[in-house]
Ligand binder design. Structure first.
Ligand code: HEC
Length: 102
């Protein structure tokens, strides 16, 4: 299991988490909250608040593909709109989000 974990870490995004954090603060924090818990200032007004991205449960079902496609395409039926960005920014952002995993 640990070997698989190391493989995953190595195979995961090679983005820059600091650059990703800047994108997050600018585009995502209002809803997803400063720490990713889904408690941003705008979250209270949403029909369905964003999930807490700092839990094991969240990451248990979140694949790299789904993470990136959610950011690029949004989520059908939700208030999560698409955020088109460059592949580099997407990698940086995904790397930052992965760092929220406990
Ligand atoms: C207007 C508020 C808002 C903003 C801004 C926003 N989100 Fe979301 N996001 C949501 C909501 C609400 C959900 C839950 C949607 C649902 O479950 O239908 C969500 C869900 C998600 C999910 C989980 C998708 C899943 O399959 O469970 C991810 C990942 C995510 N957002 C990432 C981001 C990122 C990265 C940004 C910035 C680029 C961002 N969001 C900006 C409101 C927002």
């Amino acid at each position: 299991m640990w070997a698989f974990g190391i493989w995953l870490a190595a195979a995961a995004f090679a983005g820059d988490p600091d650059a990703g954090r800047s994108v997050y603060v600018a585009k995502c924090q209002a809803c997803h909250g400063a720490s990713g818990k889904g408690d941003g200032a705008a979250a209270a007004a949403l029909p369905k608040p964003p999930k807490d991205m700092t839990t094991k449960e969240f990451w248990a079902t979140m694949t790299d593909e789904r993470l990136k496609s959610t950011i690029s395409n949004g989520k059908a039926g939700g208030t999560m709109r698409p955020f088109p960005m460059s592949e580099t920014q997407l990698d940086d952002l995904a790397t930052y989000l992965r760092s929220l995993k406990p």
